[in-house]
Design a protein around this ligand. Structure first.
Ligand SMILES: Cc1cc2nc3c(=O)[nH]c(=O)nc-3n(C[C@H](O)[C@H](O)[C@H](O)COP(=O)(O)OP(=O)(O)OC[C@H]3O[C@@H](n4cnc5c(N)ncnc54)[C@H](O)[C@@H]3O)c2cc1C
Ligand code: FES
Length: 502
């Protein structure tokens, strides 16, 4: 193997990674004492430059969506990445650092002696993370991985940001794994938890020893006259996004019903492709329940500055058109022109097929802190209400769905893990990424560093002096550091010190 000189030890700081480029590739160099590790420089999730992230707690944290990798080995520790970093051999002689041109062999998992049959239902965020974990843990029994969607497991979050903006073809939606394990294509019609049996709509049936339900949610259309007209959409799957993309090609104006994260991402995407976009919402300030009024108002202002028109404190009463929708009539009497309508008003957990278990009022599956639903049955993702910090909790975030799935998969193998991380969420509007850490439920003080109006800020949502959640735009390093630190209770003064150091 050829070794190439890439750096001098003296030039490598201990607290952050450094990017170097050889003729073949970009590398991330990480120094620990007098030792140096070399990894691929880009995050395997969506390609973030890892030198822009941080190193803390023995982890490399990705700046974009906070995947974490072990500093020693590059092994993935937290999603959204599902693969570890490629590692390259390093030699340090007389303060000169050289790196080999071939990656080191990835460790192969020790196969667990196993004759059980596991089923994973769903190939979205949670299902794919569970399957990747079972593989990584060396599960060698029979694995049934079932999804009703034909497309390989893909990154749903790209749909509202890039696909309907016309920037990414639906078929190019990024896959979640490079090498996909084989999957059963079919709709699960019934899961009987008492007899541990899964039945598909086409008549096939399977018995399992342990199963994970990772079926997410179904976007709910509004039940109003005209909702069945063509060019009226919800947005959950790649097919939904492909239909919206197609309709948008010949559309001049769009109406978005609902000011949810997805509704507003859709408004941003369609506006950026040149449509007139109007958002109809029951609220004056979008996202106020999740982020508070000041931050919600700043996000609304960003949309208005880019030409989105809001109709607040009202709702649609009917959609009209001949075959295809052409207008939306609002409760306040206004009529809006619409070549296409997207309803972003909520999601219902996809659990109708599950029998013999306890369900919450919203039809999500009730699970304990280890995501255990019934004997031999676990759930993860948007469809589960689980015991977290003594509260029944349901969270609809991509990274959380994956984290829950990782621990459910481990628990299926006999572990007893509970969720001990910090919920993280990101959302993207007009080229600005807003990041949210934690869950602000009982906060009474807002501290803003930076400028909300310029969308360059980091805001602490506190209960008295205790940080409950952090919302930020353009503070990726501080958020990466806080994603680790907030795993323990964090006071405002220490949070501010961390932010000012970054
Ligand atoms: C357009 C869009 C953009 C988003 N953007 C973000 C974002 O930027 N950041 C963020 O944190 N979160 C985002 N989210 C939320 C995030 O995608 C969800 O929280 C996450 O996908 C939940 O994962 P899941 O595995 O529970 O469900 P899903 O990812 O929805 O996967 C469920 C899978 O189960 C399958 N399935 C359902 N029922 C059955 C059945 N009966 N039989 C067989 N298969 C079945 C479905 O086909 C699907 O493939 C976004 C969501 C959407 C829709
Ligand atoms: S690009 Fe690194 S976690 Fe998404």
């Amino acid at each position: 193997m050829n070794m190439r000189i890439v750096a001098r030890l003296i030039n490598l700081p201990e607290n952050r990674g450094v990017r170097v480029t050889t003729a073949e590739r970009a590398l991330l160099l990480v120094r620990v004492g007098n030792q140096v590790r070399a990894f691929q420089a880009q995050c395997p999730h969506a390609g973030a430059p890892l030198e822009k992230g941080v190193i803390c707690n023995g982890r490399i944290i990705c700046p974009w969506h906070k995947a974490a990798f072990a500093v020693d080995s590059g092994a993935v520790v937290e999603p959204p990445a599902l693969l570890g970093l490629k590692q390259y051999p390093v030699q340090v002689h007389d303060g000169v650092v050289s790196v080999g041109d071939e990656p080191m062999a990835a460790p192969t998992p020790t196969a667990l002696a196993e004759d059980r049959c596991f089923a994973v239902i769903g190939a979205g965020a949670a299902g794919t993370a569970a399957v990747a974990t079972l593989r990584r843990q060396g599960f060698s029994g029979r694995l049934l991985w079932i999804d009703r969607e034909q497309a390989p497991a893909y990154d749903r979050t790209a749909l509202s940001k890039f696909v309907i903006a016309g920037e990414m073809a639906p078929a190019d939606t990024p896959p979640l794994l490079d090498a996909m394990p084989s999957r059963i294509h079919g709709e699960v019609q019934r899961l009987d938890a008492h007899v541990k049996r899964i039945e598909l709509a086409d008549g096939r049936h399977f018995d399992y020893d342990a199963a994970l339900i990772a079926t997410g949610g179904e976007a709910q259309p509004l039940d109003i006259p005209g909702a069945v007209l063509s060019n009226v959409f919800v947005l959950r799957s790649r097919e939904d996004a492909a239909r919206i993309d197609e309709a948008a090609k010949s559309a001049a104006c769009a109406v978005i019903i609902g000011d949810s994260f997805i509704g507003l991402e859709a408004a941003s995407a369609l506006r950026q492709r040149g449509l007139v976009v109007q958002v109809v919402s029951r609220h004056q300030v979008p996202l106020a329940a999740q982020l508070g009024k000041r931050i919600g108002a700043a996000i609304r202002q960003l949309h208005e500055d880019n030409g989105v028109i809001f109709h607040s404190n009202t709702e649609p009463v009917r959609l009209d058109g001949h075959g295809a929708v052409s207008t939306v009539l609002l409760k306040n009497g206004k009529r809006l022109a619409a070549d296409l309508v997207i309803m972003g008003v909520g999601v219902k957990p996809a659990t109708g097929f599950v029998h013999g278990v306890d369900k919450a009022e919203d039809q999500s599956l009730n699970a304990d802190s280890q995501l255990h639903v019934a004997p031999g049955l676990w759930a993860a993702g948007d469809n589960v209400t689980f015991a977290w910090q003594q509260q029944p909790t349901r969270i609809e975030h991509w990274r959380v769905a994956q984290q829950l799935a990782v621990l459910a998969a481990r628990n299926m193998l006999g572990d007893t893990q509970v969720y001990a991380d910090v919920p993280f969420f990101w959302t993207y509007h007009f080229d600005k990424t807003f990041e949210v850490l934690g869950r602000a439920q009982q906060w009474n003080r807002l501290h803003v560093e930076g400028d909300l109006q310029r969308h360059a800020f980091i805001a602490l949502l506190c209960h008295d002096e205790q940080v409950e959640a952090v919302v930020a735009c353009e503070h990726q390093q501080a958020m990466a550091r806080l994603s680790q630190r907030m795993q323990q209770p964090l006071g405002k003064a220490e949070a501010l010190a961390i932010i000012r150091l970054c």
